[in-house]
Design a protein around this ligand. Structure first.
Ligand code: AHM
Ligand code: MG
Length: 321
C-alpha cells in the first residue's frame, strides 16, 4: 500500500525469523538501541546551546554538572541495553574495561559500541554517529568471558550505526543486506527509507586525511596519487560515520592508514572497524587493513587499533593485500 511506512520496530519483528535463535531478544535489543538513539539525537541537537546551558565540565544554570556528550551517550546506550536483560557485556570506547551487565546470566548477546564517534566535530556542527555490533555468546553453560568477546568480526550477528546529520538515520545489517531508517521527527519513529543498500562498484570519492600523506606507505601514497590522476573527488569530514555513510551511498573508499603517530592506525578494531566492515560487505563492498580482511582479524585487546581501507570493492582491491 502506498503512503504506508515501515518502522524499524516492525521491520525487525518481520525479519527476526531469519536470525537463528534470535526471537524476541533481537527486537528488544533494537528497540533499546532505537530509543537510546532518539534520546542522544535530542541531546546532540541541543549541543549548539552549550553557551546557554553551560560549558562541559562547568556547572549549568540549574547548578548541575555539565558532562561531555560522549560520556552522556555512553550512559544512555549502556543503560537502555542493560535494561533489556538480553545483553551480558558491553564494550565501549568510553569504558576502559568490559562492562558486565547486572542480572544477565541468561543473556545471550554482547554489544560493542562507540557511543559517539567523531565527537570533536560537535563544536563545529558536523555530523557524528553511534556505532554498534552484536556477538552471540559461545556457550551458555559457562559464564561469559573475554573468550566470548575477543572474536573475529566474521562471527558478529549484527552491526549498525546511527548518524546524527542533517537528518538522523539508523543503518543496520544482520547479515542479510543493509537497510537504512530515517527518523521522522513528527511521529518519533525510524522509518524505512533506504531498503537494501548496495555500494556502487565505481570509483567516485576518496576519503583520507591527506595531512598525513608523507607518513603513509609508498603503496598508499601511490594509490592516492592515482585517485587524483583519475580526478576522483576528495571528500573528508574527519567523522568516520559521515564519511562512510556518504561513500556507502555514492561509491568510494575511506582510508585510515598507519601513520608515524599512529603505527597501528587510529581507529579501533572492535567497535569502529568491525561494524563498518560487516556493513560494507553486506552492501557488496570490502574492508581490509591493507594486509587482510578486517573481519578475519583475531582481536587480542579490547581497544586494539587497526589501519582501515573500506568501500567500493574495486577500489579496495586496488590497495591490494
Ligand atoms: P574518535 O573515536 O576519538 O572520535 O576518533 C575517531 C575519528 C573518526 O570518526 C574519524 O574518521 C577520525 O577520527 C579522524 O581522524 P583524523 O582527525 O586524524 O583524520
Ligand atoms: Mg571513535
Amino acid at each position: 500500500m502506498k503512503n504506508s511506512v515501515i518502522t524499524l520496530g516492525q521491520f525487525i519483528i518481520d525479519r527476526q525469523e531469519e536470525i537463528h535463535d534470535a526471537k524476541g531478544a533481537f527486537s528488544d535489543i533494537f528497540r533499546a538501541i532505537g530509543l537510546a538513539a532518539k534520546i542522544v539525537n535530542r541531546d546532540v541537537r541541543k549541543a549548539g546551546l552549550v553557551d546557554i546551558l553551560g560549558e562541559h565540565g562547568s556547572t549549568n544554570v540549574q547548578g548541575e554538572d555539565v558532562k561531555k556528550l560522549d560520556v552522556i551517550a555512553n550512559t544512555i546506550f549502556k543503560n537502555h541495553i542493560e535494561q533489556t536483560g538480553e545483553v551480558c557485556a558491553v564494550i565501549s570506547e568510553e569504558e576502559d574495561d568490559v562492562y558486565w551487565c547486572k542480572d544477565s546470566h541468561e543473556a545471550k548477546y554482547i554489544l560493542c559500541m562507540d557511543p559517539l564517534d567523531g565527537s570533536s566535530n560537535i563544536d563545529v556542527n558536523a555530523s557524528i554517529g553511534t556505532i554498534f555490533s552484536l556477538y552471540k555468546r559461545r556457550d551458555m553453560n559457562r559464564d561469559c568471558s573475554l573468550d566470548d568477546i575477543l572474536r573475529p568480526g566474521k562471527e558478529i550477528v549484527a552491526a549498525g550505526y546511527v548518524i546524527y546529520g542533517s537528518s538522523t538515520m539508523l543503518v543496520y545489517s544482520s547479515g542479510n543486506g543493509v537497510n537504512g531508517f530515517t527518523l521522522d521527527d513528527s511521529i518519533h519513529e525510524f522509518c524505512l527509507s533506504h531498503p537494501n543498500i548496495k555500494i556502487p562498484e565505481t570509483r567516485k570519492i576518496f576519503s583520507v586525511n591527506e595531512g598525513n600523506l608523507h607518513d603513509f606507505d609508498q603503496k598508499i601514497q601511490d594509490y592516492i596519487h592515482k585517485c587524483k590522476q583519475h580526478k576522483l573527488s576528495a571528500r573528508y569530514i574527519g567523522s568516520l560515520i559521515a564519511d562512510f555513510h556518504r561513500n556507502l551511498l555514492k561509491g568510494g573508499i575511506y582510508m585510515y592508514p598507519a601513520t608515524e603517530k599512529a603505527p597501528n592506525g587510529k581507529l579501533r578494531l572492535l567497535y569502529e572497524c568491525i561494524p563498518m566492515a560487516f556493513l560494507i560487505e553486506n552492501a557488496g563492498g570490502k574492508a581490509t587493513d591493507g594486509k587482510q580482511r578486517i573481519l578475519d582479524i583475531q582481536p587480542e585487546k579490547l581497544h586494539q587499533r587497526t589501519p582501515l581501507f573500506v568501500g567500493s570493492s574495486k577500489m579496495v582491491d586496488e590497495i591490494g593485500y
